[in-house]
Write a new protein. Structure first.
Length: 285
């Protein structure tokens, strides 16, 4: 009997140990949180970045992963990492040391302006530069294709002033005073150097052979992140084309303004762009 009692006592004790072990949590003790790893601030960006004062409430978009810090320089602690492509809101109009006070996902901090592009003014409207380019783009609709030129009126095309193109460019003929070809149109819409006069002044300083290369006036951006008033351009083997993007999928169907060709003229339409096109953004937009 004593032996059986001992066996029973041992079994109960073993069961208690097993129960106690099974009741332990899967992870116990210590802090299983991970330290925040900041973005690489030496990483370059294809966007132009932003400078100068902005309206409070404006929307910016991150062009790469970018740190949100306690203060306006890199010596301050990182509060949060804003992911590439995310939109943030401007909290203070004036930057300090090139850093803007912004809000993202409820966190307010300071972030370098060189990793952001302006998307919209307060209330969701386009920034002033973009809106002006889109307005100039809208006004070209209906005008004729005019090889090597860029000239039209802000009031829009009429039967009397739209002009006409015939033949096959560059050996085409044109009648009338107004019209533009593809690069003449975008140059005037963007107000690039040499095409920053009135719309009614004929100016055509650049062709697609220039627009495909980055300059101080425009830079390459990802087609996945195109914004209204960006452009898509290609130039290959002496042929090229450029359009002013309005909305839609940068890699799929998109609405764009363009001076399409002699027979089509200057139009606003739904189109696609082959993989030979690259997206570019006007400096300052």
């Amino acid at each position: 009997m004593k032996t059986n009692a001992r066996r029973l006592s041992f079994s109960l004790a073993a069961a208690s140990v097993v129960f106690a072990m099974s009741a332990l949590p899967a992870c116990s003790g210590g802090d299983d949180s991970e330290e925040l790893v900041g973005a690489n601030e030496d990483l370059g960006t294809t966007a132009d970045g932003i400078t100068g004062s902005l309206e409070v409430g404006s929307t910016l978009r991150a062009t790469t992963n970018v740190n949100l810090r306690k203060g306006p320089d890199t010596s301050n602690a990182i509060l949060h990492v804003v992911p590439s492509g995310a939109d943030v809101t401007v909290e203070v109009a004036d930057p300090q040391n090139g850093f803007y006070k912004i809000k993202h996902d409820g966190t307010v901090g300071w972030s370098s302006g060189k990793y952001y592009t302006s998307v919209a003014a307060p209330g969701g409207n386009l920034s002033a530069g973009r809106q002006e380019a889109i307005n100039r783009g809208k006004s070209v609709k209906g005008f004729s294709y005019y090889w090597g030129h860029g000239k039209w009126t802000a009031d829009g095309a009429t039967a009397a002033n739209k002009g006409s193109c015939s033949g096959s460019c560059p050996n085409c003929s044109h009648s009338g005073s107004y019209g533009a070809d593809c690069s003449g149109f975008v140059g005037k819409a963007w107000k690039v150097q040499g095409a920053d006069g009135p719309l009614t002044t004929d100016q055509h300083p650049y062709g697609t052979i220039h627009f495909v290369n980055d300059t101080s006036q425009w830079k390459t951006v990802s087609r996945a992140n195109v914004l209204p008033a960006d452009a898509l351009v290609y130039n290959s083997g002496g042929a090229g084309h450029i359009v002013l993007y309005s909305s839609g999928d940068g890699w799929g169907s998109m609405y764009a303004y363009e001076c399409k060709g002699c027979s089509a003229g200057c139009v606003y339409n739904l189109r696609t762009a082959s993989s030979s096109y690259k997206a570019i953004r006007r400096t300052g937009f």
